[in-house]
Design a protein around this ligand. Structure first.
Ligand code: UD1
Length: 372
Protein backbone atom coordinates (compact mmCIF):
# COMPACT_ATOMS: atom_id res chain seq x y z
CA UNK A 1 0.00 0.00 0.00
CA UNK A 2 1.35 3.48 -0.73
CA UNK A 3 2.20 5.27 2.50
CA UNK A 4 0.28 8.36 3.57
CA UNK A 5 2.04 11.69 3.81
CA UNK A 6 3.67 11.52 7.22
CA UNK A 7 6.20 14.33 6.99
CA UNK A 8 5.22 16.56 9.88
CA UNK A 9 3.91 14.25 12.57
CA UNK A 10 5.03 11.27 14.61
CA UNK A 11 4.84 7.93 12.89
CA UNK A 12 2.33 5.64 14.49
CA UNK A 13 3.65 2.10 14.28
CA UNK A 14 1.77 -0.91 15.59
CA UNK A 15 3.73 -4.07 16.41
CA UNK A 16 1.67 -7.23 16.74
CA UNK A 17 3.21 -10.10 18.71
CA UNK A 18 1.73 -13.12 20.45
CA UNK A 19 4.12 -16.03 20.81
CA UNK A 20 7.37 -16.54 22.69
CA UNK A 21 9.84 -16.12 19.79
CA UNK A 22 8.16 -12.89 18.74
CA UNK A 23 8.76 -11.24 22.09
CA UNK A 24 12.46 -11.89 21.61
CA UNK A 25 12.44 -10.28 18.13
CA UNK A 26 10.42 -7.33 19.35
CA UNK A 27 12.76 -6.63 22.27
CA UNK A 28 15.66 -5.11 20.32
CA UNK A 29 13.41 -3.12 18.01
CA UNK A 30 11.20 -1.78 20.81
CA UNK A 31 14.33 -0.56 22.58
CA UNK A 32 15.47 1.25 19.44
CA UNK A 33 12.04 2.85 18.89
CA UNK A 34 11.89 3.92 22.53
CA UNK A 35 15.45 5.07 23.18
CA UNK A 36 17.06 5.56 19.77
CA UNK A 37 17.81 8.91 18.11
CA UNK A 38 14.42 8.95 16.37
CA UNK A 39 12.37 8.07 19.44
CA UNK A 40 10.52 11.39 19.36
CA UNK A 41 9.36 10.77 15.84
CA UNK A 42 7.76 7.45 16.67
CA UNK A 43 4.64 6.42 18.52
CA UNK A 44 5.08 2.67 18.99
CA UNK A 45 2.02 0.73 20.00
CA UNK A 46 2.60 -2.86 21.07
CA UNK A 47 -0.32 -5.24 20.72
CA UNK A 48 -0.35 -8.79 22.13
CA UNK A 49 -2.62 -11.27 20.38
CA UNK A 50 -2.78 -13.53 23.45
CA UNK A 51 -1.68 -16.61 21.48
CA UNK A 52 0.70 -17.37 24.34
CA UNK A 53 -0.76 -16.51 27.72
CA UNK A 54 1.00 -18.64 30.37
CA UNK A 55 3.19 -16.47 32.58
CA UNK A 56 6.35 -18.36 31.69
CA UNK A 57 5.64 -18.22 27.95
CA UNK A 58 4.72 -14.56 27.87
CA UNK A 59 4.93 -12.21 30.88
CA UNK A 60 8.41 -13.24 31.97
CA UNK A 61 9.77 -12.28 28.55
CA UNK A 62 8.34 -8.78 28.75
CA UNK A 63 9.75 -8.39 32.27
CA UNK A 64 13.17 -9.81 31.58
CA UNK A 65 13.72 -8.20 28.19
CA UNK A 66 12.40 -4.82 29.32
CA UNK A 67 9.78 -4.71 26.61
CA UNK A 68 7.10 -2.08 27.26
CA UNK A 69 3.88 -3.72 28.46
CA UNK A 70 1.51 -4.18 25.50
CA UNK A 71 -1.10 -1.46 25.36
CA UNK A 72 -3.72 -3.95 24.25
CA UNK A 73 -4.05 -7.72 24.68
CA UNK A 74 -6.49 -9.33 22.26
CA UNK A 75 -6.68 -12.41 24.51
CA UNK A 76 -7.40 -14.98 21.83
CA UNK A 77 -5.89 -17.92 23.76
CA UNK A 78 -5.39 -21.36 22.23
CA UNK A 79 -7.46 -23.00 19.52
CA UNK A 80 -7.24 -24.68 16.15
CA UNK A 81 -5.23 -22.84 13.53
CA UNK A 82 -8.32 -21.53 11.77
CA UNK A 83 -10.09 -20.47 14.96
CA UNK A 84 -7.01 -18.72 16.33
CA UNK A 85 -6.11 -17.01 13.06
CA UNK A 86 -9.70 -15.87 12.57
CA UNK A 87 -10.08 -14.56 16.11
CA UNK A 88 -6.88 -12.51 15.93
CA UNK A 89 -7.85 -11.20 12.50
CA UNK A 90 -11.27 -9.99 13.66
CA UNK A 91 -10.03 -8.44 16.92
CA UNK A 92 -6.95 -6.85 15.43
CA UNK A 93 -8.98 -5.36 12.60
CA UNK A 94 -11.17 -3.53 15.12
CA UNK A 95 -8.10 -2.11 16.78
CA UNK A 96 -6.61 -0.99 13.47
CA UNK A 97 -9.82 0.72 12.44
CA UNK A 98 -9.66 2.65 15.67
CA UNK A 99 -5.95 3.52 15.63
CA UNK A 100 -5.20 3.82 11.90
CA UNK A 101 -1.40 3.38 12.16
CA UNK A 102 1.07 4.39 9.46
CA UNK A 103 2.47 0.88 9.45
CA UNK A 104 1.78 -2.50 11.02
CA UNK A 105 4.83 -4.61 11.82
CA UNK A 106 4.50 -8.37 12.15
CA UNK A 107 7.25 -10.74 13.25
CA UNK A 108 8.33 -14.22 12.22
CA UNK A 109 5.90 -16.90 11.16
CA UNK A 110 3.27 -17.76 13.77
CA UNK A 111 -0.50 -17.61 13.39
CA UNK A 112 -0.30 -14.15 14.94
CA UNK A 113 1.99 -13.04 12.08
CA UNK A 114 -0.45 -14.25 9.46
CA UNK A 115 -3.50 -12.67 11.06
CA UNK A 116 -1.75 -9.35 11.61
CA UNK A 117 -0.58 -9.11 8.02
CA UNK A 118 -4.01 -10.02 6.63
CA UNK A 119 -5.91 -7.61 8.87
CA UNK A 120 -3.63 -4.74 7.88
CA UNK A 121 -3.50 -5.36 4.15
CA UNK A 122 -7.28 -5.63 3.95
CA UNK A 123 -7.54 -2.18 5.51
CA UNK A 124 -4.98 -0.86 3.02
CA UNK A 125 -2.48 -0.21 5.81
CA UNK A 126 1.23 -0.72 5.00
CA UNK A 127 2.62 -4.00 6.34
CA UNK A 128 6.22 -4.53 7.42
CA UNK A 129 7.39 -8.10 7.95
CA UNK A 130 10.36 -8.70 10.21
CA UNK A 131 12.12 -11.98 9.41
CA UNK A 132 10.75 -12.08 5.88
CA UNK A 133 11.91 -14.34 3.06
CA UNK A 134 12.68 -17.45 5.11
CA UNK A 135 11.65 -20.72 3.50
CA UNK A 136 11.78 -24.33 4.56
CA UNK A 137 9.96 -25.31 1.33
CA UNK A 138 7.83 -27.64 3.41
CA UNK A 139 4.20 -26.58 3.36
CA UNK A 140 3.28 -29.17 5.97
CA UNK A 141 4.87 -26.83 8.53
CA UNK A 142 2.23 -24.31 9.65
CA UNK A 143 4.93 -21.66 9.87
CA UNK A 144 5.79 -22.05 6.18
CA UNK A 145 2.21 -21.20 5.23
CA UNK A 146 2.19 -18.24 7.58
CA UNK A 147 5.45 -16.76 6.35
CA UNK A 148 4.64 -17.20 2.66
CA UNK A 149 1.29 -15.46 2.90
CA UNK A 150 2.69 -12.73 5.13
CA UNK A 151 5.51 -12.07 2.65
CA UNK A 152 3.18 -11.79 -0.31
CA UNK A 153 0.92 -9.21 1.33
CA UNK A 154 3.78 -7.23 2.89
CA UNK A 155 4.90 -3.86 1.59
CA UNK A 156 8.25 -3.98 3.30
CA UNK A 157 10.08 -7.28 3.66
CA UNK A 158 12.85 -7.05 6.24
CA UNK A 159 15.00 -10.07 5.51
CA UNK A 160 17.59 -11.32 8.01
CA UNK A 161 19.92 -13.19 5.64
CA UNK A 162 21.29 -13.19 2.09
CA UNK A 163 19.36 -16.38 1.38
CA UNK A 164 16.07 -14.88 2.60
CA UNK A 165 16.54 -11.96 0.20
CA UNK A 166 17.08 -14.45 -2.63
CA UNK A 167 13.98 -16.41 -1.66
CA UNK A 168 11.80 -13.31 -1.63
CA UNK A 169 13.16 -12.19 -5.00
CA UNK A 170 12.68 -15.63 -6.53
CA UNK A 171 9.00 -15.51 -5.58
CA UNK A 172 8.64 -12.05 -7.10
CA UNK A 173 6.93 -10.59 -4.05
CA UNK A 174 5.44 -7.16 -4.70
CA UNK A 175 6.83 -5.43 -1.60
CA UNK A 176 10.18 -3.74 -1.11
CA UNK A 177 12.94 -6.13 -0.03
CA UNK A 178 15.63 -4.98 2.41
CA UNK A 179 18.35 -7.01 4.12
CA UNK A 180 18.40 -5.93 7.73
CA UNK A 181 20.25 -8.71 9.56
CA UNK A 182 18.86 -10.69 12.43
CA UNK A 183 17.28 -9.07 15.51
CA UNK A 184 17.71 -12.27 17.50
CA UNK A 185 21.47 -12.13 17.13
CA UNK A 186 21.47 -8.48 18.12
CA UNK A 187 19.60 -9.20 21.34
CA UNK A 188 21.75 -12.21 22.00
CA UNK A 189 24.91 -10.20 21.71
CA UNK A 190 23.58 -7.59 24.15
CA UNK A 191 22.81 -10.43 26.52
CA UNK A 192 26.16 -12.20 26.08
CA UNK A 193 27.87 -10.46 28.97
CA UNK A 194 24.97 -11.14 31.27
CA UNK A 195 25.11 -14.80 30.32
CA UNK A 196 28.83 -14.96 30.91
CA UNK A 197 28.37 -13.07 34.16
CA UNK A 198 25.94 -15.67 35.42
CA UNK A 199 28.82 -18.09 34.91
CA UNK A 200 26.89 -21.28 35.16
CA UNK A 201 23.46 -22.58 34.23
CA UNK A 202 20.52 -21.53 36.42
CA UNK A 203 20.46 -23.31 39.74
CA UNK A 204 16.89 -24.46 39.55
CA UNK A 205 17.54 -26.21 36.26
CA UNK A 206 20.70 -27.92 37.26
CA UNK A 207 21.37 -30.21 40.11
CA UNK A 208 23.79 -31.74 37.68
CA UNK A 209 27.36 -30.76 37.24
CA UNK A 210 29.68 -31.09 34.30
CA UNK A 211 28.55 -31.92 30.82
CA UNK A 212 24.89 -31.92 29.88
CA UNK A 213 22.66 -31.82 26.81
CA UNK A 214 19.99 -29.16 26.48
CA UNK A 215 16.80 -30.48 24.85
CA UNK A 216 13.65 -28.70 23.65
CA UNK A 217 10.74 -30.08 21.62
CA UNK A 218 7.40 -28.46 20.93
CA UNK A 219 6.60 -28.70 17.22
CA UNK A 220 3.52 -30.70 16.16
CA UNK A 221 5.67 -32.91 13.91
CA UNK A 222 7.73 -33.97 16.94
CA UNK A 223 5.29 -34.09 19.80
CA UNK A 224 1.74 -34.57 18.56
CA UNK A 225 1.65 -38.35 18.02
CA UNK A 226 2.61 -41.33 20.11
CA UNK A 227 4.86 -42.58 17.32
CA UNK A 228 6.95 -39.41 17.13
CA UNK A 229 7.11 -39.10 20.92
CA UNK A 230 8.41 -42.66 21.05
CA UNK A 231 11.11 -41.70 18.53
CA UNK A 232 11.99 -38.69 20.63
CA UNK A 233 12.38 -41.00 23.60
CA UNK A 234 14.72 -43.23 21.58
CA UNK A 235 16.81 -40.23 20.54
CA UNK A 236 17.13 -39.09 24.14
CA UNK A 237 18.06 -42.58 25.29
CA UNK A 238 21.01 -42.56 22.88
CA UNK A 239 22.52 -39.41 24.41
CA UNK A 240 25.39 -40.02 26.80
CA UNK A 241 25.39 -36.92 29.01
CA UNK A 242 22.55 -35.94 31.36
CA UNK A 243 19.74 -34.15 29.51
CA UNK A 244 17.85 -31.06 30.66
CA UNK A 245 14.44 -30.73 29.07
CA UNK A 246 12.20 -27.70 29.70
CA UNK A 247 8.78 -28.96 28.66
CA UNK A 248 6.50 -26.77 26.51
CA UNK A 249 2.79 -26.99 27.53
CA UNK A 250 1.89 -28.51 24.18
CA UNK A 251 4.45 -31.27 24.71
CA UNK A 252 3.36 -31.88 28.28
CA UNK A 253 -0.29 -32.21 27.21
CA UNK A 254 0.66 -34.64 24.45
CA UNK A 255 2.84 -36.76 26.75
CA UNK A 256 -0.10 -37.09 29.11
CA UNK A 257 -2.55 -37.82 26.34
CA UNK A 258 -0.38 -40.61 24.95
CA UNK A 259 0.50 -41.92 28.42
CA UNK A 260 4.22 -41.43 27.88
CA UNK A 261 4.94 -39.06 30.71
CA UNK A 262 6.03 -41.97 32.92
CA UNK A 263 8.36 -43.37 30.25
CA UNK A 264 10.06 -39.99 29.88
CA UNK A 265 10.22 -39.40 33.63
CA UNK A 266 11.84 -42.75 34.24
CA UNK A 267 14.53 -42.27 31.60
CA UNK A 268 17.86 -42.22 33.39
CA UNK A 269 19.64 -38.87 33.18
CA UNK A 270 16.63 -36.95 31.81
CA UNK A 271 15.55 -34.00 33.89
CA UNK A 272 12.19 -32.47 32.95
CA UNK A 273 11.59 -28.90 34.09
CA UNK A 274 9.14 -26.05 33.46
CA UNK A 275 9.62 -23.73 30.46
CA UNK A 276 12.47 -21.28 31.03
CA UNK A 277 12.97 -17.57 30.67
CA UNK A 278 15.04 -16.12 27.84
CA UNK A 279 18.17 -15.72 29.95
CA UNK A 280 17.92 -19.18 31.47
CA UNK A 281 17.38 -20.76 28.06
CA UNK A 282 20.40 -19.05 26.59
CA UNK A 283 22.53 -19.66 29.61
CA UNK A 284 21.74 -23.37 29.41
CA UNK A 285 22.33 -23.43 25.66
CA UNK A 286 25.62 -21.57 26.01
CA UNK A 287 26.97 -23.89 28.69
CA UNK A 288 25.70 -27.17 27.23
CA UNK A 289 27.95 -29.60 25.41
CA UNK A 290 25.12 -30.10 22.93
CA UNK A 291 21.71 -28.65 22.06
CA UNK A 292 19.00 -30.93 20.67
CA UNK A 293 15.92 -29.08 19.48
CA UNK A 294 13.13 -28.74 16.94
CA UNK A 295 12.87 -24.98 17.44
CA UNK A 296 13.59 -22.50 14.67
CA UNK A 297 15.09 -19.92 17.01
CA UNK A 298 17.12 -22.14 19.30
CA UNK A 299 19.09 -23.80 16.48
CA UNK A 300 20.26 -20.34 15.48
CA UNK A 301 21.01 -19.29 19.02
CA UNK A 302 23.00 -22.46 19.67
CA UNK A 303 25.13 -21.82 16.60
CA UNK A 304 25.63 -18.21 17.60
CA UNK A 305 26.70 -19.29 21.07
CA UNK A 306 29.14 -21.82 19.60
CA UNK A 307 27.29 -24.91 20.87
CA UNK A 308 26.85 -27.87 18.57
CA UNK A 309 23.20 -28.39 17.66
CA UNK A 310 21.16 -31.39 16.50
CA UNK A 311 17.91 -30.20 14.95
CA UNK A 312 15.05 -32.69 14.94
CA UNK A 313 13.67 -31.69 11.56
CA UNK A 314 14.13 -32.79 7.97
CA UNK A 315 14.50 -29.22 6.69
CA UNK A 316 15.39 -25.83 8.07
CA UNK A 317 14.50 -22.29 7.10
CA UNK A 318 17.95 -21.33 8.40
CA UNK A 319 20.23 -23.26 5.97
CA UNK A 320 23.24 -21.07 6.86
CA UNK A 321 23.37 -22.66 10.30
CA UNK A 322 24.28 -26.01 8.71
CA UNK A 323 27.72 -24.60 7.95
CA UNK A 324 28.29 -23.64 11.58
CA UNK A 325 27.59 -26.74 13.62
CA UNK A 326 23.88 -27.36 13.15
CA UNK A 327 22.88 -30.86 11.96
CA UNK A 328 19.47 -31.94 10.70
CA UNK A 329 18.64 -35.33 12.17
CA UNK A 330 14.86 -35.58 11.79
CA UNK A 331 13.80 -38.21 14.31
CA UNK A 332 16.37 -40.73 13.10
CA UNK A 333 18.70 -42.52 15.48
CA UNK A 334 21.19 -43.16 12.65
CA UNK A 335 21.37 -39.48 11.73
CA UNK A 336 21.70 -38.62 15.40
CA UNK A 337 24.59 -41.02 15.75
CA UNK A 338 26.39 -39.59 12.72
CA UNK A 339 25.85 -36.02 13.87
CA UNK A 340 27.11 -36.84 17.36
CA UNK A 341 30.31 -38.19 15.84
CA UNK A 342 30.84 -35.18 13.54
CA UNK A 343 33.59 -32.77 14.61
CA UNK A 344 32.52 -29.36 15.89
CA UNK A 345 34.37 -26.17 15.05
CA UNK A 346 32.49 -23.14 16.35
CA UNK A 347 32.96 -19.86 14.49
CA UNK A 348 32.11 -16.38 15.59
CA UNK A 349 29.30 -14.90 13.52
CA UNK A 350 28.95 -11.23 12.80
CA UNK A 351 25.45 -9.78 13.01
CA UNK A 352 25.96 -6.18 11.88
CA UNK A 353 25.70 -5.15 8.25
CA UNK A 354 28.04 -2.34 7.24
CA UNK A 355 28.54 -1.60 10.94
CA UNK A 356 24.82 -1.15 11.55
CA UNK A 357 22.67 -3.15 13.91
CA UNK A 358 19.51 -4.87 12.63
CA UNK A 359 17.25 -2.64 14.74
CA UNK A 360 18.84 0.44 13.18
CA UNK A 361 18.48 -0.97 9.67
CA UNK A 362 14.85 -1.88 10.28
CA UNK A 363 14.09 1.58 11.62
CA UNK A 364 15.83 3.13 8.63
CA UNK A 365 13.88 0.92 6.20
CA UNK A 366 10.57 1.86 7.84
CA UNK A 367 11.32 5.59 7.73
CA UNK A 368 12.49 5.42 4.13
CA UNK A 369 9.45 3.44 3.09
CA UNK A 370 7.09 5.90 4.75
CA UNK A 371 8.99 8.85 3.31
CA UNK A 372 9.54 10.32 6.74
C1 UD1 B 1 3.64 -21.47 18.40
C2 UD1 B 1 4.01 -21.21 16.93
C3 UD1 B 1 5.40 -21.74 16.65
C4 UD1 B 1 6.41 -21.22 17.66
C5 UD1 B 1 5.92 -21.54 19.06
C6 UD1 B 1 6.87 -21.03 20.13
C7 UD1 B 1 2.14 -21.23 15.33
C8 UD1 B 1 1.48 -22.01 14.26
N1 UD1 B 1 3.09 -21.88 16.04
O1 UD1 B 1 3.61 -22.89 18.59
O2 UD1 B 1 5.80 -21.33 15.35
O3 UD1 B 1 7.65 -21.84 17.42
O4 UD1 B 1 4.63 -20.94 19.24
O5 UD1 B 1 6.54 -21.55 21.38
O6 UD1 B 1 1.81 -20.09 15.52
N2 UD1 B 1 -0.37 -23.51 25.36
C9 UD1 B 1 -0.42 -23.30 26.72
N3 UD1 B 1 -0.11 -22.04 27.18
C10 UD1 B 1 0.19 -21.02 26.36
C11 UD1 B 1 0.19 -21.23 24.99
C12 UD1 B 1 -0.07 -22.48 24.50
O7 UD1 B 1 -0.68 -24.20 27.50
O8 UD1 B 1 0.46 -19.90 26.86
C13 UD1 B 1 -0.65 -24.87 24.87
C14 UD1 B 1 -2.09 -25.07 24.47
O9 UD1 B 1 -2.43 -26.38 24.74
C15 UD1 B 1 -2.05 -24.86 22.97
C16 UD1 B 1 -0.71 -25.44 22.61
O10 UD1 B 1 0.14 -25.10 23.71
O11 UD1 B 1 -3.11 -25.47 22.31
C17 UD1 B 1 -0.13 -24.92 21.34
O12 UD1 B 1 -0.03 -23.52 21.36
P1 UD1 B 1 0.05 -22.70 19.97
O13 UD1 B 1 0.20 -21.26 20.26
O14 UD1 B 1 -1.07 -23.11 19.08
O15 UD1 B 1 1.32 -23.28 19.25
P2 UD1 B 1 2.80 -23.53 19.78
O16 UD1 B 1 3.02 -25.00 19.74
O17 UD1 B 1 3.08 -22.81 21.05
Amino acid sequence: MPPRNTRKRRLRIVSLVGARPQFVKLAALARRFKCGPRARQIEHLIVHSGQHYDKNLSEVFFDQLNIPVPEVNLKVGSGSHGAMTGAILARFERLLLDRRPDMVIVYGDTNTTLSGALAAVKLALPVGHVEAGLRSFDLSMPEEVNRRVADHVSDLLMCPTVQSVKNARAEKVSGRIVRTGDLMYELLDYSRDALRGSGKPPERALALSGEYVFLTAHRPATVDTRETLQKLLDLVAQLKAPVIFPVHPRTYASLRKHRLLGAFRSLKGLRMIDPLTYADTLSLAANASLVVTDSGGLQKEAVFLGTKCLTMREVTEWPETLRYGNHLIGLSRQKEKRALAAPHRPRRLSWKIGGKAPSELIEQAVFEFLGH
